[in-house]
Design a protein around this ligand. Structure first.
Ligand SMILES: Nc1ncnc2c1ncn2[C@@H]1O[C@H](COP(=O)(O)OP(=O)(O)O)[C@@H](O)[C@H]1O
Ligand SMILES: [Mg+2]
Length: 313
């Protein structure tokens, strides 16, 4: 079966600015694919091309197996798009805007009202559903904008930094709602510059910088590949005797070894986890009692900074 989205050497320039500079990737049906990158990386431009809003400069994009230039009409019917710009219905109440959106998409009356009710509840819009769009805060407006998209049935949803301006609770609610629909078969293309979000939602992440994909993998795969330094912390029952430090140095020789607190030893190394095993062996052989150990895996944030940093170097 074809991929849901298939992109081959896509380029989009604005004059001399190469906003998207030769990217290729595939998104399988029923998955969440994340474009993760800093401001100006080319995320919005990519979404605009993929949703047929602007034509590519070159390259091939197929959505649902169809070419986006030749089949934009058919494709548009099956996708949802949430862009960064505020929505158009400034003068409509939230409720009315949902209703109208359903009408626009030809959702029949009873279903339309049911959906609107569900979305008001799920996106926590009750307290301001009778207010007009331009009276809302940025975060409230954003929630309405995403909720609105769920008024119609779609197979593929594009979300361009949908959580900007949302507080952590609203952010989580939104991501969970999207997740629920993914479990029912929705495919999602999602952009963000927030690592935790990408990690929480995405099956696969492409890190994009200056128009180019510079890394792509699952969140776990990225961490493993670019995770680099891990820290292992060992807490001893008694204070750190010189002989203990000697044992640890003989194993973790080249790594950074700190004693952040009395009886606590921290080792930072890309092989920290492997070292930990040998250290525990050695300590127990020498009758040194261990209170606790912990391994701190790298965060996706660290991965991101490493990958972007390598680019600049
Ligand atoms: N309409 C436009 N005209 C000219 N340059 C643009 C336009 N839209 C975006 N750009 C430029 O293209 C690059 C990528 O922008 P964008 O796709 O908006 O990135 P992101 O969404 O990742 O922040 C930036 O350098 C931006 O200034
Ligand atoms: Mg953008």
């Amino acid at each position: 079966m074809d991929a849901c989205i298939s992109v081959s050497d896509l380029r989009k320039s604005y004059g001399s600015v190469k906003a998207v500079d030769g990217v290729s990737f595939e998104v399988e049906y029923g998955k969440v694919f994340g474009f993760l990158g800093p401001n100006g990386a080319g995320k919005t431009t990519a979404i605009r091309v993929l949703t047929t809003l602007i034509p590519p400069t070159s390259g091939a994009v197929r959505v649902f197996g169809q070419d986006i230039v030749r089949h934009s009409k058919e494709i548009k019917k099956r996708i949802g798009v949430v862009l960064q710009e505020p929505s158009f219905e400034a003068n409509l109440t939230v409720e009315r805007a949902l209703e109208l959106y359903g009408l626009m998409w030809g959702v029949p009356g009873e279903k339309r009202r049911d959906r609107a009710r569900e979305l008001v509840e799920k996106f926590d819009l009750e307290s301001f559903k009778s207010m007009k769009n331009d009276e809302l805060s940025i975060g409230q407006r954003r929630r309405v904008q995403v909720a609105r998209e769920f008024m119609h049935d779609m197979d593929l949803l594009f979300l361009d930094e949908p959580t900007v301006g949302l507080d952590p609770a609203a952010r989580r609610t939104l991501l969970d709602y999207v997740k629920k629909h993914v479990n029912r078969g929705l495919t999602v293309f999602f952009t963000t510059h927030i690592m935790e979000e990408a990690e929480y939602l995405c099956d696969e992440i492409a890190i994009i910088n200056r128009g180019k994909i510079i890394a792509t993998d699952t969140p776990a795969g990225l961490k493993q590949k670019y995770g680099g330094v891990k820290a292992v912390e060992i807490k001893l029952k008694e204070s750190t005797a010189q002989s203990v430090m000697h044992l640890i140095r003989s194993i973790a020789g080249g790594s950074a070894i700190e004693t952040p607190a009395e009886g606590t030893i921290r080792i930072s190394s890309s092989e920290a986890q492997e070292m930990l095993v040998r250290i525990i062996e050695s300590l127990s052989k020498n009758a040194v009692q261990i209170e606790s150990v912990s391994v701190n895996p790298p965060t996706l944030e660290e991965v991101f900074l490493t990958v972007i940093g390598n680019e600049k170097a």
